[in-house]
Design a protein around this ligand. Structure first.
Ligand code: PEP
Length: 249
């Protein structure tokens, strides 16, 4: 069976004091769940969050990393640095990284390789813009993002890859893809994987939906057969809302 996963992306929110408050609230909300739960604080708060959530069923993950092992890359963080503080999973390819920091498929392919070389798991994000959907090109765009960054890998490496379909027009906008739109795209993504790696592998990859997922729409989204969970932005900053989404499974 595929893993069900709910991951919270805190983005560039919360200083140390605010992070501590959110961690305390999260701990109050923890319940046994069939889903794996993850949160991605800002780099400055990662170690504190890791220590604070040690032994609990919430994995602390990173929002990004560089592809180089180390060196003259001012302001960047390496896979080795993340591993050294206990972080084993990283989000790569978020649309905000692609848009504001010019991350290309080519650079992402290198980050993917580095993360896997360090035995890290990856939540790999991709998704079309509104103009792509309006012109009916959403499948073509999504297929090329996946192919360019991931199809050079041998199939067995997908055991460490989680996919996150995040239509850019739904991120932080309050506009959610309908459960049917999400299901159609997730099924297409799985078929694209299967065509390259076979259904055995494709059926084991968890595909998360991201884009204004909240307590009121999570259940409907998560009941779709190819939607294996969510990558949550805004709603993950509130512990009650975040766990309401986790408990939507
Ligand atoms: C995200 O940024 O990954 C995201 C899904 O954000 P939001 O839930 O706020 O749309």
């Amino acid at each position: 069976m595929r893993k069900q996963i709910v991951a919270g992306n805190w983005k560039m929110n919360n200083d140390l004091v605010q992070t501590e408050a959110l961690l305390i609230n999260l701990k109050k909300q923890i319940q046994t769940s069939s889903a794996e739960v993850m949160v991605a604080p800002a780099f400055t708060n990662l170690y504190h969050a890791f220590e604070s959530l040690k032994g609990l069923n919430i994995e602390v993950i990173a929002q990004n990393m560089h592809y180089a092992e180390n060196g003259a890359f001012t302001g960047e963080i390496s896979a080795g640095m993340l591993k050294s503080i206990g972080v084993n999973t990283v989000i790569l390819g978020h649309s905000e990284r692609r848009e504001y920091f010019n991350e290309t498929d080519e650079a992402l392919a290198k980050k993917v390789d580095t993360a896997l070389d360090h035995d890290m798991r990856i939540i790999f994000c991709f998704g079309e813009e509104l103009a792509d959907r309006k012109s009916g090109n959403e499948e073509m765009v999504v297929a090329s993002q996946i192919k360019n960054a991931l199809f050079h890998l041998p199939g067995w490496k997908f055991k460490d890859i989680i996919l996150a379909y995040e239509p850019v027009w739904a991120i932080g906008t309050g506009e959610t893809a309908t459960p049917e739109q999400a299901q159609d795209m997730h099924a297409f993504i799985r078929k694209t994987l299967a065509n390259q790696f076979g259904y055995d592998i494709a059926n084991r990859v968890s595909i998360l939906y991201g884009g204004s997922c909240k307590p009121s729409n999570a259940k409907e989204l998560f009941t779709k057969p190819d939607v294996d969970g969510g990558l949550i932005g805004g709603a993950s900053l509130n512990a009650e809302d975040f766990f309401a989404i986790v408990n939507a499974f």
